[in-house]
Design a protein around this ligand. Sequence first.
Ligand code: MN
Ligand code: MN
Length: 480
Amino acid sequence: MQNNINKNEMDDLRKRLARVPSLVWDVISENDKNSVFELAEQYKLFLDHAKTERAAVSNILDKAIKNGFKNIKDTAGSHKFYKIHRNKCIALAVIGKKPLMSGINIIAAHIDSPRLDIKQNPLYEEVDLAFLKTHYYGGIRKYHWLARPLAIHGKIIKKDGSPIDIQIGETENDPVFTVADLLPHLARKLQEDKKLSEVFEGEKLNVLIGSMPINKDKADDRFKLNILKYLNEKYGIVEEDFTSAEIEIVPAGKARDIGLDRSLIGAYGQDDRICAFAALESILALSETEKTAVAFFFDKEEIGSEGNTGAKSRFLEEFIAELIDATGTKDTGNALRKTLMNSVAISADVNGALDPDYQDVHEKRNAARLGYGVCITKFTGSGGKSGSSDASAEYVGMIRRIFNENNVVWQTGELGKVDQGGGGTIAKFLAVYGMEIIDCGTAILSMHSPFEISSKADLFMTYKAYKAFFEADRNEKLYL
Ligand code: MN
Ligand code: MN
């Protein structure tokens, strides 16, 4: 074996044999670079208008209708359908030329994000200030929610059953809300020797909502009463209406460009609205496909996909069964089982990008990096892949071929080094049907913070990847 080779031969060997990850900026054309920035502008608008799962559903619905999608109930003369589930989940489908039973191409993202939820009996006053009690939703670092402007988004069902939508804190003239933090001068003794998990208490995440009493008589509820009076005059609601309400506290403000070169985006809720947006745009861009393409936008991923709007619910089956009905197949039960079994799917969710200041929590050879394209995550889970849906070599091979053939810049990423922690996605809840599924999405820095960071280049590659996946009609036999 020849071991003494010159530099050129070394270069040649490296090129032929080694995998060298590509930075998107190094490899895309000027034309594509323009597309990167154009898509990012659309994405920022989506982030601004889809800060809750309900808002995301109505935004997705608007775009779908504008692009010719019809309610699945009205099946005549259409091949593009949508279905909304309890205002918090939505699915879109483009019917392909091949029968559904040959399998469909599914991309499933989630549209809920970590936040503070208002409790059912929230309003109180303390030291002449009025507050709302909260219970946090999803995995947050509690200190992120202190001393920052917050907005209120919610749905309230009144006594007579009529709904009210509220949104306060997102426009420039709106007031905002906040959770007060302890001043450093007095925090030392109380907090500095404690463990982080004990320093910030969930029960202290109370949202400041006012400080003016209703009158000068010293009643012990006059601050609270003033808030109730305002809410009643403005929205016609009474205190009991909080019990039938879902009010979410989210960071106030819009998505922003980060960096002098404007190459990054900073915003709340990019987990997982970046993948939801890419899935949406890619299905909207389809005209005719061989396989049927379906995009799901689920709720409740951040609390384990539980409940009737999470990926564990039967919404997926319901929608696919309705598609089977709509395409005129008899014996829906059998067809549904076969369709699901023969399908291929992407669990479209974000991965944590290599953190420059905490590189030790990652295993660098297998960590996703900002700017290196869409991230394929073969498995998730923690402590020995527990709780993961581990995609097969055969299926990863197919995904890789689709991406390579369509010039998608991709990387692989594992969430943290072995036994460092971990996390899950909805992949395993779709895997139960026997379909192929793999996690594939965008890498995010500051994940689960109120100001998550993504790369515009990665967003573009995520979109390209999803579009190529939807358009793919691969007939190769992966298994015996
Ligand atoms: Mn996610
Ligand atoms: Mn998450």
